[in-house]
Design a binder for this molecule. Structure first.
Ligand SMILES: [Zn+2]
Length: 115
């Protein structure tokens, strides 16, 4: 949908980043954003780390559902699941700190751990 065809509610739902410029139809004005190449790189790193953790957990879940998860297997799988969890969390925290550096996080979310 073209931006000009968006409903008033949809247009109002867009949050404008302070300091940004919005181009007008028919102009070639570049939109100034507060994101950079590192934003994408850090997000990809966090997403990949989370996918690795999902893979590690899914192995245990499948074994558990099949009734094949023994204590020996659990002890073998747990370190990798903990390691990938910590890596995913660290990557996500790094991404969040980077976004915060751009001023893109709500003040209430800075440094807050979800319940
Ligand atoms: Zn950035």
């Amino acid at each position: 949908m073209c931006r000009n065809q968006a409903s008033p509610a949809a247009r109002n739902s867009l949050k404008r980043v302070p300091g940004s410029r919005i181009s007008h139809p028919g102009t070639k004005q570049v939109i100034k954003t507060r994101i950079c190449v590192d934003c994408g790189r850090l997000l990809t790193k966090a997403a990949n780390a989370l996918r690795q953790h999902e893979t590690d957990i899914q192995v245990g879940l499948r074994l558990n559902l099949a009734g094949d998860l023994t204590e020996e297997l659990r002890q073998k799988l747990a370190p990798d699941a903990v390691k990938s969890f910590n890596a995913a969390r660290a990557a996500w925290d790094t991404y969040c700190r980077h976004l915060d550096g751009h001023g893109l996080l709500e003040p209430a979310l800075r440094g807050k751990t979800p319940d």
